[in-house]
Design a protein around this ligand. Structure first.
Ligand SMILES: CC(C)=CCC/C(C)=C/CC/C(C)=C/COP(=O)(O)OP(=O)(O)O
Length: 280
């Protein structure tokens, strides 16, 4: 009897799962009638608030505070796969700001541990979907272990072209700009070039940004109800559509993405006009 109930439940589960995939594909097909953004960036705010919200649910159990960011990591994988399915070519996620190093040491450690713990899963998923991974930021600030893993993953996935995933770690925009200027100065001064070439041009700076591997994002989605760029992609976001989502990052779902894209599609003609004005 128990076996029969289990079998029926599994069948119902499979049907529901199949139905949700079908519905998602239909929604994406409708969305594709309009322009699909080439690059979506996420500011993943609200992980700690989400964890606090879970605490009463876990009262009396052995809920591990070190796992705060695991749910956030899984939400990132789900968003990346939705974007992949939709045909978005680049996804960027703000995983760790240089300012976050000022948090309590145990908090910083918990976040780093979460990244290390989830690295194998990340590697498996990006290899399965042929996703090229780039870590953008001052990687010298990371632990040796995390830096080596990050470099290896970039090397292993360098040839993939289905989607470009940039994970910003030890990143702030100001640091990125300073880094680009320093690199330009070094390249211009060290090399023996004639005086005309010594001038730093826009293209030189952009070539030396951590984000040089991606085009500028068309949409920046920030969760947790925040309305600030948090020192993220300040150079690249001049023409981006900003979208604030009330959901905390681990709660972000399909509808948040769909609404952000619909909003982008509604405003796209205005952005296009502004872009053309700049080019003239
Ligand atoms: C392997 C890999 C790429 C993992 C990524 C893990 C992940 C989701 C990192 C986000 C970290 C972070 C500082 C989020 C901001 O929320 P917050 O902590 O500031 O929370 P709050 O807004 O509630 O204060």
């Amino acid at each position: 009897m128990e076996k029969q109930v289990m079998c029926s439940l599994t069948r119902v589960g499979n049907v529901l799962c199949g139905a949700s995939i079908f519905i998602r594909r239909c929604i994406f097909r409708v969305l594709r009638v309009g322009p699909i953004p080439n690059h979506i960036a996420f500011i993943m705010d609200g992980n700690r608030r989400w964890d606090k919200k879970q605490k009463p649910l876990h009262a009396g159990t052995t809920h591990d505070a070190g796992t705060t960011h695991d749910a956030g990591f899984w939400a990132l994988l789900v968003m990346m796969l939705y974007c992949y399915e939709l045909g978005v070519k680049y996804v960027t996620a703000y995983a760790f700001s240089i300012d976050n190093f000022k948090r309590k040491p145990e908090e910083v450690q918990a976040l780093m541990d979460s990244m290390l713990r989830n690295f194998d899963l990340l590697k498996m998923v990006v290899e399965l979907f042929a996703v090229r991974v780039h870590f953008g930021g001052n990687l010298g600030l990371l632990s040796d272990e995390l830096r080596v893993l990050a470099m290896e993953l970039m090397k292993v996935t360098a040839g993939y072209s289905n989607l470009g995933l940039t994970i910003c770690v030890a990143y702030t925009s100001r640091d990125e700009i300073v880094h680009a200027i320093e690199e330009c100065c070094e390249q211009k001064c060290v090399r023996e070039i004639d005086d005309n070439d010594r001038v730093i041009k826009l293209i030189d700076l952009e070539r030396n940004m951590y984000m040089a591997v991606t085009p500028d994002p068309e949409i920046i989605i920030q969760t947790g109800g925040e309305n600030r760029l948090s020192n993220f992609l300040l150079w690249q976001s001049g023409g981006s559509h900003l979208c604030t989502v009330l959901a905390l990052w681990p709660e972000i779902g399909l509808w948040n993405l769909v609404l952000a894209i619909l909003n982008f599609q509604k405003h796209k003609p205005y952005f296009e006009m502004k872009k053309k004005e700049k080019q003239v």
